[in-house]
Design a protein around this ligand. Structure first.
Ligand code: PMP
Length: 295
């Protein structure tokens, strides 16, 4: 396995991070996870834009240009994956600690990239939907840090572990005001008679790129959709619900803490948006038919 680290392609065993790295010491860094289909990353530019927005918030400057990141991804793809689908992760850290305990740094940022064969989720997640539980952790809508993809992922890891311990597949976050926020590593959508609904960015969520794509699909298909402030009762009474994420695309939600969502899972709107998402990926990347996730 080869890794890109600060301008060089190295064997994984040679790619080391300093113990003085601000990412290690403070969680000072950002990342993007991109899914590539048959050698082509989907919406890479949008992911790199989000990475740069995050860099502005954390005042990290001097990360590699988009062209260098794209070339590194292609080189790692050839070495590590070949023709199949891949999981791509681009990570940036604040670089070496220089004594500053603010966001002002004298050191150069660090950047490393992994490209690995894509493993996917269990097919039954798509066929029957997943069971989720509401986490004891709450998102803070006043924090600027949940709008960017920082490398501090302990809240999602904690929530996912809590869900597993309770016998569920995944966790949902409410925010500190009691509104629905997002999944542990995904965004949330509800389908109700009013249309397709998703928590507003001001609920303290990551502006997901899959979420954005699904919102685009709804408007191009003429499906009513709204970003807003919703309660758990709105989810309990929904006809359908699904999570969105780059790696898993759209994952239907069958149950929330023992309450079944809707009469059938996946519901018809979820199924039609999932198919539309796949079609969009194929068209945008000029691919032949993609295998379905539940095959
Ligand atoms: N929220 C959180 C907390 C996440 O970790 C992710 C996964 N990156 C998402 C939402 C979904 O974002 P995207 O569609 O860009 O993968």
């Amino acid at each position: 396995m080869k890794i890109y680290l600060d301008g060089r392609i190295l064997d994984a065993e040679e790619a080391h991070l300093s113990v003085n790295d601000r990412g290690v010491l403070f969680g000072d860094g950002l990342f993007e996870t991109i899914r590539a289909y048959q050698g082509r990353p989907f919406r890479l530019n949008r992911h790199l834009e989000r990475l740069r927005e995050g860099c502005r918030t954390l005042r990290i400057s001097g990360i590699p240009e988009d062209g260098e990141i794209e070339e590194a991804i292609s080189a790692l793809y050839r070495e590590n994956v070949g023709r199949g689908d891949a999981y791509v992760r681009v990570t940036v850290t604040g670089g070496d600690f220089d004594g500053s305990r603010t966001l002002t740094r004298s050191s150069r940022p660090r950047c490393f990239i992994f490209v690995r064969p894509f493993e996917g989720y269990p097919p039954e997640f798509y066929r029957r939907g997943i069971r989720v539980t509401v986490s004891s952790v709450r998102r803070n809508p006043h924090s600027p840090l949940w709008r960017i993809k920082t490398i501090n992922y302990l809240e999602p890891l904690y929530a996912k572990q809590e869900a597993m311990d309770r016998g569920y597949d995944d966790a949902l976050f409410l925010n500190t005001e009691g509104y629905l926020a997002e999944g542990s590593t995904s965004n949330l959508f509800l389908v109700r008679s009013e249309g397709v609904l998703t928590p507003h960015i001001d609920c303290g969520i990551l502006p997901g790129i899959t979420r954005e794509t699904v919102l685009e699909l709804c408007s191009s298909k003429g499906i009513n959709c709204h970003e807003g402030f919703f309660r758990l009762a709105d989810l309990h009474g929904a006809d359908e619900a699904f999570l969105t994420m780059t790696t898993g695309e759209l994952i239907p939600v069958a149950e929330v803490d023992g309450v079944s969502i809707g009469r059938q899972c996946p519901g018809s709107i979820t199924a039609s948006l999932s198919a539309a998402y796949r079609k969009l990926v194929e068209e945008e990347l000029s691919l032949a038919n993609l295998p379905r996730d539940d095959e």
